[in-house]
Design a protein around this ligand. Sequence first.
Ligand SMILES: *[C@@H]1O[C@H](CO)[C@@H](O)[C@H](O)[C@H]1NC(C)=O
Length: 208
Amino acid sequence: MNNRVVFIIFSLLASLTLAIELDFCVGDLSLPRGPGGYACKDSSKVTIEDFVYTGFRGEKAITNAFGYNVTLAFSNAYPALNGLGISMARLDLKVGGAVPVHSHRTSEVIIVIKGTIIAGFIDTNNKAYYKTLEVGDVMIFPEAMLHFQVNVGKIPALAFVSLNGANPGLQLTTPSLFAGNLPGEIAQKITLLSHAEVKRMKKIFGTA
Ligand SMILES: *[C@@H]1O[C@H](CO)[C@@H](O)[C@H](O)[C@H]1NC(C)=O
């Protein structure tokens, strides 16, 4: 066997280590996170409480300009997910509200619990796939595709999603352009928006 084959075999074995050697690896948030996730919390200190996440309880306030609230059960908030390749989020949308176009490092499935939501994604050929989802409907957003949810019903909407990564990330396109440190002149160049439009967007996010 040449060295490359040996290296590939060892890489594959290394990526299977968690499955073979440990039942679970609850993340130790006091240590730095690496590309593979967190180091494991001392298993003698792990209890049932580590495996239960209660952050989805109750009503969620909706205060942003888009009219949504997303509660993320990713591994930094729910360390028992560490190494297991799965996570969840709760989506609350006020009447007329939207989760703005965004992406993750993973795929995502959504299930609608309350209300009526237009959900969709846009592929790399700019083709949009979108549909009005009713209670109980499920839709998949394939890995890394830009996607969105809009409440088109007459009541607040509620949905849950699951993602096939413990730390799938959440990158919101509009805030990434206008809510951070990107200079307005660059935002203008890379979007073709006018100076006035960029200024209006930055004002919405308090960065003008
Ligand atoms: C989401 O809801 C929680 C709980 O009500 C609240 O603390 C948080 O500020 C809300 N976030 C947004 C963006 O409205």
